[in-house]
Design a protein around this ligand. Structure first.
Ligand code: GAP
Length: 498
């Protein structure tokens, strides 16, 4: 599955190994014309659900951060992985993953020295050449750089987009009316010098995050829209279930999660539901993902509750996003290190340091999960013999294709003119006139375009076109007038069959 899908993803220009003509450095992938279009749609779906509908705002902060910022956030001292190198073939691997694979043991939270002892005691050997491993050491995952010439200042590429939101908090807070709660998001690149980048988009050295920081008064840890979600349920694998070695996940309503104290407050439950809603909207199947409550030894010391969304993929179970109650750890840390007052005034309470709940999404892993779950093989019971993608229309790389039935009798010119009209109405349209109409339908299916609009002889005479629906291949004839609105409506309804 992985190899077949990767071959298709490369061939149809969803993605490309970065700088491939120079041999490709592991951990970097570029998005091609089809993939970049689709990635933007995923990001916009997140903006819509997590920012616009919530009345939250987005910033765009610097990717290079001076050392003092990342010292205060704890990244300079703590952001790393235990690493071990084979003495013979020099291959470096993550010691925790090595031990988990070799001993089937969870070593989360262990110190490098403890892992080192386990490697030695159990005689764990290099998976590649059978050689002996050296000592387990701590490796900081940030890319270091220098800022400016001469007495250059030390800096790093940001390992997460969140820090720019914390350092910008005082100005953002004042600009937005100095009121809590406040939600600020950011979509952008993050950089981690992963020891063993692998599994294509799953562990990259440069990747995209979509992070929301929700600032609130901890004396009032309620969510103003909790009523909208309290009866809705999400799939959760609680700490209790993990302790009892129960498999799978259970359905919990958001109010149940609060009552049973599985979540620290209703804000976390609220964002759990919105997260599940987002994943389903972009095309993940509900039964394929769940929220796993992190165990005490997996959580940072300042956290009051963390959940990971895990998804089943052909690479195994992968973490898709993290939802964390970070308390006031970040703002308090930056206030101390910068000697700035980052607390806010709350009527009747005085100065308060806001607390934060953070839903932190990775785009790249989600992109791959969507590819896997939407891939359909042709042949057999399937009436088409080409492979295709069943993308949710809101994330399909193009909203629609426009084809002239023939390249003659002025049909091309008219179809191109229609394409321009639809593009000016804000739709992303792929225009194609090469090969037979059947081949063009197949090409559209192969990148998951949900609707194909054909301009034929009747179109020129009667002002109508046909729309072919991707999933059942059936067609309907509709007026050209109002076509843009009709397509937009189909996308919003998620309609893929007639
Ligand atoms: N601000 C919190 C934070 O950064 P994280 O769990 O380290 O949390 C959030 O990262 C998400 O970013 C992950 O769930 C994952 O989707 C994505 N991510 C992290 N490291 C990644 C990597 N090396 N390659 C691809 N995606 C990654």
């Amino acid at each position: 599955m992985q190899e077949e899908l990767m071959e298709i993803a490369l061939k149809r220009n969803f993605m490309m190994p970065s700088n491939e003509i120079y041999g490709h450095t592991a951990g970097f992938y570029d998005y091609g014309v089809v993939g970049a279009a689709m990635k933007r749609k995923i990001e916009n779906a997140w903006r819509e659900l997590f920012l616009w509908r919530e009345g939250f705002y987005e910033i765009e902060s610097a990717s290079v951060l001076p050392e003092n910022v990342l010292k205060a956030s704890g990244h300079v001292d703590n952001f790393g992985d235990p690493m071990v190198q084979c003495r013979k073939c020099r291959t470096r691997v993550r010691a925790d993953k090595l031990l988990e694979d070799a001993l089937k043991k969870n070593v989360e939270g262990m110190k490098p020295a403890e892992m080192d002892a386990l490697v030695k005691e159990n005689g764990v050997k290099c998976g590649k050449c059978g050689g002996q491993y050296g000592e387990v050491v701590w490796f900081n995952l940030m890319f270091a750089t220098t800022i400016g010439a001469g007495e250059a200042e030390k800096g790093y590429l940001r390992p997460e987009t969140a820090q720019g939101i914390f350092t910008g908090f005082p100005r953002i807070f004042r600009a937005l009316g100095a009121k809590l709660p406040l939600g600020v998001g950011q979509i952008g690149k993050s950089f981690r010098n992963e020891i063993a980048p692998r599994q294509a988009l799953m562990r990259l050295r440069e990747f995209t995050q979509m992070e929301l920081e929700y600032f609130f008064n901890s004396a009032d840890a309620k969510h103003p829209r909790f009523d909208e979600v309290k009866e809705k349920s999400v799939r959760v694998r609680s700490a209790e279930m993990q302790k009892n070695n129960e498999t799978g996940a259970h359905e919990f309503s958001c109010s149940e999660l609060v009552e049973k104290k599985i979540v620290p407050n209703e804000i976390v439950a609220y964002f759990m539901y919105r997260t599940a809603q987002f994943y389903e909207a972009v095309g993940l199947k509900r039964e394929k993902f769940w929220f796993r409550q992190l165990l005490p030894n997996e959580m940072p010391h300042y956290s009051k509750g963390n959940f990971d969304v895990e998804v089943e993929t052909s690479y195994g179970v992968i973490e898709l996003m993290g939802l964390a109650y970070r308390t006031d750890f970040d703002l308090a840390g930056h206030a101390k290190a910068s000697s700035q007052d980052l607390s806010v005034h709350v009527e009747g309470q005085g100065r308060v340091m806001p607390h934060v709940v953070e839903p932190s999404f990775g785009v790249d892993r989600l992109f791959w999960a969507i590819l896997e779950q939407s891939y359909r093989k042709g042949g057999g019971a399937e009436k088409r013999d080409w492979n295709w993608f069943d993308f949710a229309p809101i994330v399909a790389p193009f909203d629609a294709c426009v084809f002239p039935l023939m390249k003659k009798d002025g049909l091309s010119e008219k179809a191109e003119a229609l394409t321009q009209v639809l593009r000016h109405e804000g739709l992303s349209i792929y225009y194609d006139e090469s090969g037979s109409i059947g081949k063009r339908y197949a090409r559209a299916d192969e990148v998951g375009v949900p609707y194909c609009i054909t301009f034929d002889y009747e179109s020129a005479e009667k002002g109508t076109v046909t729309i072919r629906y991707r999933n059942d291949g059936r067609q309907e004839r509709v007026p050209i007038k109002g076509l843009g609105e009709r397509i937009r409506g189909l996308i919003l309804d998620g309609k893929t069959s007639l």
